[in-house]
Structures are given as C-alpha cells and as structure tokens.
Design a protein around this ligand. Sequence first.
Ligand code: SF4
Ligand code: SF4
Length: 227
Amino acid sequence: MTASARDYAAVYSGFQAPISKIYNCGAKCAPFNGGVPVCCDTGHAIPIVEKTEYALLKKRTKMWTPFVPRTPDQKAEIADLKGSDSCAVECRGAAHCERDNRSLACRSFPFFPYFDAEKNLVGLAHYWNFEGLCWVIHNLTIVEKPFIDQFIAQHEFIFKKDDNWRVTYVEHSAAMRGVYSRRGDKFPIIMRDGTYRWVLPKSGGKMVPATKTELKSLRAGFTLGQE
Ligand code: SF4
Ligand code: SF4
C-alpha cells in the first residue's frame, strides 16, 4: 500500500524545518551552476514523487507539471518508472519556488533515510552521486536538529504506510555500503540524536563515532566550479 495524498499533506505539515537557519546552502552551489541550486536543476536531479503525492501537489499549486525528458539519459530514467507508483515531475524553477509546496524529495535532499546492516533506521546518509556538487554533503555539521528530527519522524510515518518504500531505502543503504567498500573508504552518517558516525568499508556496515573535526575533512570534496 502507498501513502495517500492525505498522508503526504500530514508529512508536509510535519516537515518544514530547513537544513539550517544560518546557512542558505543554495547560495553556496548556485553561483557555480548558472545561478540555479544544483538540486533544483533537472539537468542534475529529476524530482520523483509518488503519484499520490503528485495528486496532492496538483490540488495545492500550479507549480508542478509532469517532467518531459529531453535527453536519452532522461528518457531512460523516466522509462524505468513505467508501471511504478512514482512519476517524474518538474517545478517552475527556483525563482518561483513555493516553500510550502515543495515535494518530500525537495525537503529531504541531499539525504535519504539510512538503515544499518540490521535494517534499523539509524540516521541520514547523503546521495553519493551528488558528492562534489552539493555543498551540504561536504558541510554536514551545519545540519540542525529540528531538520533531523522532522526528517526521521516523517519518513517513519511514510514507512508505516508503505513498506515497499522502507525496503527501497534498506536496499539503497546496502548499495551505499557496497559503493564505499569498493572505494575502500568510510562514509558519514548523521545519527538520529544529532551525533555522527563513520560507516567503515568492508566491515559489514560497522559504525564508529565521528567528530566534527573529522567531518571537516569532507569540505575539500566540494569541487563544483573548481575546474
Ligand atoms: S541542498 Fe545541496 S544542491 Fe541543494 S541548494 Fe543546498 S547545497 Fe545546493
Ligand atoms: S520545488 Fe523548490 S526546492 Fe523543489 S526543485 Fe523546485 S525550486 Fe527546488
């Protein structure tokens, strides 16, 4: 069963906290991406929503329309959604963003719910294909507790309604462990309580504490605009 439009309305009202009240992260990446925040640029990220979520959005705003693929890669990505409960959509662009009508994906980016090897939802991990492009991924200590709390609470709410959605993230978390194990590198998790852990490579998902000072080592990885 998927979450209903009404469920998504509840998620939207319970998930309004910004990643940070101090930092406007769009101002960190947009100057290197033609003035458009990377996560609001369909050239980098195509918003995917559940069809029930899209039904809600259509009632609330005219900001969203179905996404029309323009490149072979985009066509392939959209073709993958055929027969699923999800669809690809497009907003009017960052200059016309209606904060209350952002999708769950917009509110969550650049994070997804991270499940440990025992399939417990322990915190937030980043979408690794946005490394180098998304400033937040390289400055995790700016992420504030209200965002973490709302992110976890609203995803748990959705998972109770839609177990397939939970399984998707269990698998995505395992895929991330695989990617980093092949790299021979550790990756950071923002834990539910706001602390940090490293997930060690080739360890079966073993986690060890990470300090804010250690996380500063990630900053050099933000390479957007450096070429
Ligand atoms: S979340 Fe990342 S990609 Fe999106 S605006 Fe902030 S820094 Fe840019
Ligand atoms: S709705 Fe707002 S946050 Fe989401 S992609 Fe569009 S401009 Fe970006």
